[in-house]
Write a protein that binds this ligand. Structure first.
Ligand SMILES: [Zn+2]
Ligand SMILES: [Zn+2]
Length: 299
């Protein structure tokens, strides 16, 4: 079981352990976008091996993101339904989609906001004051026991080869997949949001092997997420904008996952002083984007 090495982790560490996997993100993406609910559905929609798919679904049921429901259709069949905790990941996936569209220049399938009839271009806002929120106008205080070390350990073997899932229109968000689909990458980025800049500090913070760290930092520079300036790895505008995704990850993790006291992050929206409560608003009508009120124009 890989739950044991994960126990004692911060909520964010646990969330990365659960979600920091390209296949998991693709399984969830298809559950939301295409309403796939069955093993056969994912098997047909993804270039994934049966054993990997079965293992990921089992883990997602174990983490209460899907629940296995029996239903009668001539004979008894099973489908995987998103639980409330799983449905709550919708905003995170939309934030990934939104960041990808804004920063990689790729043409993604547009989605429409039913409420206003316009194309939904989401922006991150504070749930309290409804003003736009960015990495720059938030303040993060880490709990005394907040640490990212060990997060990458349990499933290091999982790193999937770059680009191996890009077979159809729904395998999109490749940059996000590189960041979130690999736990070390996400933890490197999380440490950067907390102000880590130098190689030795990343190393001390994350307890990461130098070769792995070198690889991830180099890749982030290639992706224009970091810029190397006088020995500092600084977040670029594109890197800073990924805060949109990070905010939903932190919010979901800290609401849903039990963790040791003092291991969390306290993020505050500085202009209003409210605790992190990220929402996605529609650029056209400034109303919140709700899962049931948007739909994708699938070509
Ligand atoms: Zn606010
Ligand atoms: Zn709208």
């Amino acid at each position: 079981m890989d739950r044991d090495p994960e126990s004692g982790l911060s909520a964010i560490g646990q969330a990365l352990a659960i979600l920091g996997d390209r296949w998991v993100l693709l399984i969830l993406q298809r559950a939301f976008l295409l309403r796939i609910r069955t093993y056969a559905g994912w098997r047909n929609a993804l270039p994934i091996s049966e054993s990997v798919l079965a293992a990921r679904l089992k883990e997602l049921v174990g983490h209460d993101i899907f629940t296995l429901v029996a239903y009668r259709d001539g004979r008894t069949r099973y489908e995987y339904r998103l639980t409330p905790r799983g449905l709550d990941l919708w905003s995170l996936l939309v934030a990934i989609y939104s960041w990808e569209r804004d920063w990689t220049g790729r043409q993604e399938a547009p989605f429409l906001h039913d409420l206003c009839g316009q194309e939904a271009r989401p922006y991150l806002a504070c749930g309290d004051c409804r003003k736009p929120m960015s990495a720059r106008d938030t303040e993060t205080i880490r709990g005394p026991l907040a640490t990212f070390s060990r997060v990458g350990l349990p499933r290091q073997h999982r790193r999937t080869v770059r680009g191996d899932t890009g077979v159809d229109a729904y395998a999109y968000c490749p940059d996000s997949m590189e960041i979130l689909g690999d736990r070390w990458s996400t933890t490197v980025l999380a440490a950067a949001f907390l102000g880590t800049r130098r190689f030795v500090d990343f190393q001390a913070e994350l307890g990461i092997a130098p070769s792995v760290l070198t690889d991830r930092l180099r890749r982030f520079v290639e992706l224009d997420v970091f810029r190397l300036v006088a020995g500092d790895y600084r977040l670029t505008e594109k890197g800073l904008a990924f805060f949109e995704v990070f905010a939903f990850l932190v919010d979901w993790a800290q609401r849903e996952l039990a963790a040791p006291p003092g291991s969390g992050l306290t993020i505050t929206h500085r202009p209003c002083g409210a605790a992190l409560a990220p929402v996605l608003l529609c650029t056209a009508c400034t109303q919140p984007l709700e899962r049931r009120e948007v739909h994708f124009e699938l070509g």
